[in-house]
Design a binder for this molecule. Structure first.
Ligand code: NAP
Length: 248
């Protein structure tokens, strides 16, 4: 039986590597992307012998989400894995990068539209298809900077830990993970948050010390959890000393 995995924002970075690794584990991977870049990414994976298809999906656009859901429903009738990976850390809006006193409504709105509202909209659209799978897995890509403990650590000075929009969007993702896990507790579906660690991608301006593949491993592990695996937890693969569920 075909097992399908949809990864949003899979045309590059950690999402692309997640798609590749799940493809190598036998999934039919749906390379979610908001532009035609998804087609090139899916082609690259097919050239490597993987069963990959591009799926146009902009997580900020309900019509786009609905078209994607209808396409997956018509073709596969269910979805085994959803990796909510699409995310942005900064934007053109003033206030995404400075300290809390510089945050603006526009910056908050732009980051939350993708990282929070988009994640919920995509999850709810695909939930009926996920319920039809034998034991679906939902992975919400979060970040250690959304952890109270990380942000509360004295001496932490990286900009994204001191600014409001991005870290708090990931804190919201963690709470959302917990809430879905509770709602779905009497189903086989597991919902967890994944922190990829600090990776070298466009999102970090290529400053991260981990490769996108290393960042993808935690999402892959949570996407392929066994029946007795956890649900409603927050895992990081980026810091071996924190390689346990993080404190929320
Ligand atoms: N890199 C890190 O150190 C790090 C650390 C912790 C967490 N994360 C999280 O990991 C995830 C992947 O990030 P990355 O580092 O791989 O960044 P990236 O290379 O910039 O990739 C982000 C992906 O999200 C897509 N995306 C953005 N807005 C979208 C939208 N509205 N609809 C659909 N797709 C959209 C991008 O598409 P386009 O190409 O069209 O822009 C791209 O495919 C994000 O959730 C990020 O917050 C990253």
């Amino acid at each position: 039986m075909t097992t399908t995995a949809l990864i949003t924002g899979a045309n590059k970075g950690i999402g692309f590597e997640t798609a590749r690794l799940l493809g190598e584990r036998g999934f039919t991977v749906l390379v979610g992307a908001r532009s035609e870049a998804g087609e090139g990414a899916a082609r690259t994976l097919r050239e490597r012998g993987l069963d990959a298809r591009s799926l146009r999906i902009d997580v900020t656009d309900d019509a786009s989400i609905e078209r994607a859901r209808a396409e997956v429903g018509a073709e596969f009738g269910r979805l085994d894995v959803l990796v909510n990976n699409a995310g942005i850390a900064s934007s053109t809006a003033v206030g995404t990068r400075g300290g809390p006193s510089t945050a603006t409504r526009a910056a908050m709105r732009e980051i939350y539209e993708t990282n929070v509202f988009g994640l919920v909209a995509v999850t709810n659209a695909f939930l009926p298809l996920l319920r039809r799978a034998d034991a679906a897995r939902i992975v919400n890509v979060s970040s250690q900077v959304g952890s109270f403990r990380s942000v509360g650590t004295p001496g932490e000075s990286l900009w994204y830990v001191t600014t409001i929009p991005y870290p708090t969007s990931k804190t919201a993702v963690n709470m959302i993970t917990l809430m879905y896990a509770k709602e779905l507790a009497d189903t086989p579906i597991k919902v967890n948050s994944a922190d990829p660690g600090y990776c070298s991608t466009d999102l970090t301006g290529r400053t991260g010390e981990r490769t996108p593949e290393q960042g993808a491993l935690v999402s892959v592990a949570l996407a392929t959890l066994p029946a007795d695996g956890p649900s409603g937890r927050f895992f990081t693969d980026g810091d071996p000393t924190l390689n346990e569920p993080l404190p929320w």
